[in-house]
Ligand binder design. Structure first.
Ligand code: BGC
Length: 805
């Protein structure tokens, strides 16, 4: 232990006091031992330090900070250097605001396009997500503080995120859902990890010994594990698994549990000491930086950097007859609410209070675009308006080209809730159709944090996707439109034609208790490509104003090399992608998997030699018989592509591999071997899992307990609880009806799907566990007894507070 001497001087009470927050954002300090509090703040795309009222739902404002494009956006740049640079800026601002731990980046997989928080995650591919995350972490931590990669793990939906049990087979867990974390740990050297809210195969992630063993024993992780806010279930089980810090505060209640557990011998004091040691390391190493003199960062410079990041992440998806870049004399109509009021970031815990905010309409003057007018064209939140559409069409009629700004609003893509479908609002589609009748020269500019359906695409000639471009995203988009900057982003996720085509369509978001990842390895392009399902835009796709030629592939034992030429007339950046296919069919696998990438910038006519090295992940697969990573002895196809379906160069390589036994019996897993996984039977899934799937429905007869959700009150014995349930439902319906969708969302996020235990874990001690027992007693049909217990406990609490004062 690094801090053995200090720990020896500490009492049991002092050690336990460090194991949960002092308040919503800070850890406990102990003046006597010169242990300071450290501050944790959200910040995957900008620092969200709340000076006053604290919350994790994006309700109360935070100190101004630069709002960079979100992870889903920057992933499209496929540029690790850019990720690292953004990390450095985030780190610098965090240090300026005295934040020790930046709660990000998020590396959960985009298993399903409807996950409400996809805007905050990088990709459907673990390799790309891991590399980008490691880059952010290196950048943040280069400033002396800590990143906190999240949410570990298998938290790939928002629906019932605090209670859902993710059922996933070991190989898929390793190859898809853990790989990005592994890269973040091994290459990013993250000092902190946030466990997720959900269960994994029956156990809450922060208590899951298997998961923690992978983390500590296999990856040799020496940093801290922090619960997601309010995500602690059984504090002692969490501590035993190596979960150092519970956040936010429980006003000492769970610290008492730790003290009792040590005193009764339930846990050894050494277990606590180890956790204290790791937490002290985080406290001391991230605190040092604040001793040094700090220089103020330049708000303007950071705003520009945010714009650069957005530029590199914008994806050109369609450019019929080279409608883009705009021609000098084009008379341009700008239409769409998003042009006036940019949709530039996500919602919930990652909301940033920007230092500055560009919007298209205000930036048009400097852009050089010959704009003949602006019309909002539609109501942002979906209400139909013929008058708005008519005015937009009259303007469009007079223009050579229409720039139509469409997208998703900030109450549709949110934390705590998944989207209901993949469409943009119908009023926007109606407007597009109407404009098409008067002027078919339409360029759509999209702002959405995740994939959408585009059944309207034939009506547009140009299509640019800016995702959520941060505070300077609008001006970056104008530079792409005018050709001052050549688009160089490529999609980090597949765009299916229809939601029904997605591999998890039948399995998302699961049933009441669990979600079964029956599609196994086949997420995103791994499925579409293997099963030849046509898509709208493949993974890795994006156009440029120039063209690139690939030639002279050479493959050797540890790398590929080839020539890349800019064959067009303007400077450009190309994202080159390395895919590998194992030709043996003895173990089922996706047809192609991404194993490397690079972003190369070239002047017109310039040629560069590109080298992509192989690494420990290039040929490995996880063998469930040997419980280890193996390389299959086989012939491998090595492919260099401009996207996952646009393969430009191929070669093969034969590897000796290992002599490990084959992990599966092919006869038992026919769908997995064929890649046709859209309707996997329970029987076949169980064969893959190696055990039965748990019951996916709530046991309606059982009394309600800590881990049951408020929504389960519908089955409660107590009339009062059933009445409350209907009340909540009514409030949700009513708020939506009157257009208060954001407040309605809050009801779903923070009440409906909240497990009862969350009431105690998230109220900072206002409601303690005995009071929660009282609440449950009421819900289970003993109103007066429950009320009596609550009031008794309340009195006790007030007395204790008075005694302390
Ligand atoms: C989110 C985390 C976030 C935390 C603190 C939680 O609800 O899931 O990502 O860091 O709140 O705001």
């Amino acid at each position: 232990m690094k801090y053995k001497k200090l720990i020896e001087k500490m009492t049991l009470e002092e050690k336990a006091s460090l194991m949960s927050g002092k308040d919503f954002w800070q850890t406990q300090d102990i003046k006597k031992h010169e242990i300071d509090s450290i501050f944790l703040a959200d910040g995957p795309h900008g620092i969200r330090k709340q000076a006053a009222a604290a919350d994790h739902l994006g309700l109360n404002p935070s100190n101004p900070a630069t709002c960079f494009p979100t992870a889903a956006t920057v992933a499209n740049s496929w540029n690790e250097e850019l990720g690292e640079l953004i990390g450095e800026y985030l780190g610098e601002e965090a240090v300026n605001q005295k934040v020790n731990v930046v709660l990000g980046p998020g590396v959960n997989m985009k298993r399903d396009p409807l996950c409400g928080r996809n805007f905050e995650y990088f990709s459907e591919d673990p390799y790309l997500a891991g590399k980008m995350a490691a880059a952010y972490i290196r950048g943040i931590q280069s400033k002396g503080i800590s990143a906190c990669v999240k949410h570990f793990c298998a938290n790939n939906q928002e629906e019932r995120r605090m209670s859902i049990d993710t059922i996933v087979d070991e190989r898929t867990l390793r190859e898809i859902y853990l790989t990005a974390f592994e890269i973040a740990v091994k290459e990013g050297n993250t000092k902190a990890i946030m466990s997720s809210y959900n269960k994994l195969n029956g156990t809450y992630t922060n208590e899951n010994m298997h998961l923690m063993d992978i983390l500590r024993k296999e990856w040799m992780y020496e940093g801290c594990v922090i619960t997601d806010w309010g995500g602690s279930n059984d504090r002692i089980a969490g501590l035993c698994a190596g979960n150092e810090l519970e956040m936010p505060t429980t006003a000492g209640e769970t610290n008492e549990e730790i003290i009792r557990a040590v005193q009764s011998g339930k846990i050894k004091e050494e277990v606590l000491d180890q956790c204290v040691d790791r937490l002290l390391d985080l406290i001391f190493t991230t605190g040092e930086v604040f001793q040094w003199p700090q220089k103020k960062f330049s708000v303007e410079e950071h705003h520009k950097a945010a714009g650069k990041a957005a530029e590199e992440s914008i994806v050109l998806l369609k450019n019929e007859a080279n409608i883009l870049p705009l021609h000098n004399n084009d008379r341009v109509a700008v239409i769409g609410d998003f042009a006036k009021s940019a949709r530039y970031q996500g919602a919930g815990s990652s909301v940033v209070n920007p230092t500055n905010l560009d919007n298209t309409v205000n930036c048009l003057d400097q852009s050089g675009i010959n704009c003949i007018g602006f019309e909002p064209g539609f109501h942002r939140y979906g209400k139909k308006s013929k008058a708005l559409a008519d005015r937009a069409c009259s303007l469009a009629e007079k223009a050579d080209v229409v720039l139509l700004y469409l997208g998703l609003d900030e109450v549709t893509e949110v934390e705590g809730l998944d989207r209901q479908n993949m469409e943009i609002p119908q009023n926007q589609i109606n407007l597009l159709n109407a404009i098409y009748e008067v002027n078919p020269n339409i360029i759509v500019i999209l702002s959405c944090g995740s994939a959408i359906e585009m059944h309207w695409i034939s009506k547009v000639k140009g299509l640019l996707h800016g995702y959520l471009g941060g505070q300077a995203g609008a001006s970056a988009m104008l530079r792409i439109l005018t050709g001052k900057v050549n688009p160089s982003g490529k999609l980090a996720e597949t765009y299916p034609i229809s939601y029904e085509d997605t591999p998890s369509y039948h399995y998302f978001p699961g049933r009441e208790v669990s979600v079964e990842y029956r599609e196994s390895l086949y997420i995103g392009y791994r499925y579409y490509d293997t099963s030849s399902i046509p898509v709208l835009f493949p993974f890795g796709y994006g156009l440029s104003y120039t063209t690139f030629e690939y030639s002279e592939l050479q493959v050797d034992r540890d790398k590929v090399t080839f020539q890349l030429k800019n064959a067009g007339k303007v400077n450009g950046g190309e994202i080159v992608q390395l895919y590998v296919n194992c030709k043996s069919k003895d173990i089922f696998r996706p047809k192609k998997e991404l194993k490397g990438f690079a972003k190369i910038f070239l002047n017109p006519g310039e040629v560069k030699t590109v080298t992509i090295p192989f690494d420990d992940k290039t040929f490995r697969y996880y063998n469930v018989k040997t419980n280890s990573w193996e390389i299959e002895a086989a012939e491998y196809e090595i492919m260099i592509g401009a996207s996952c379906t646009d393969i430009r160069l191929t070669d093969t390589l034969i590897l000796q591999g290992s002599t490990a036994p084959l992990p599966y019996d092919r006869q038992l897993l026919p769908s997995y071997y064929s890649g046709r996984i859209s309707n996997i039977s329970t029987d076949e899934f169980e064969k893959l899992l190696g055990h039965n799937v748990p019951d996916a429905y709530w046991d309606k007869k059982r009394p309600l307990g800590y881990n049951d959700t408020i929504a389960q009150c519908q089955y409660a014995k107590g009339k009062f609880a059933r009445f409350a349930f209907h009340g909540i439902n009514f409030a949700y319906w009513f708020l939506k009806k009157i257009g208060k969708r954001d407040t309605a969302n809050l009801i779903m996020m923070s009440i409906y799907h909240m497990p009862f235990r969350g009431i105690a874990r998230l109220t900072g001690g206002l409601v303690n566990m005995p009071m929660l027992d009282g609440v449950l007693t009421i819900a289970n049909g003993h109103f007066f007894k429950g009320l009596h217990d609550i009031l008794k406990e309340r009195k006790k609490m007030i007395k204790a507070v008075k005694a302390m004062n």
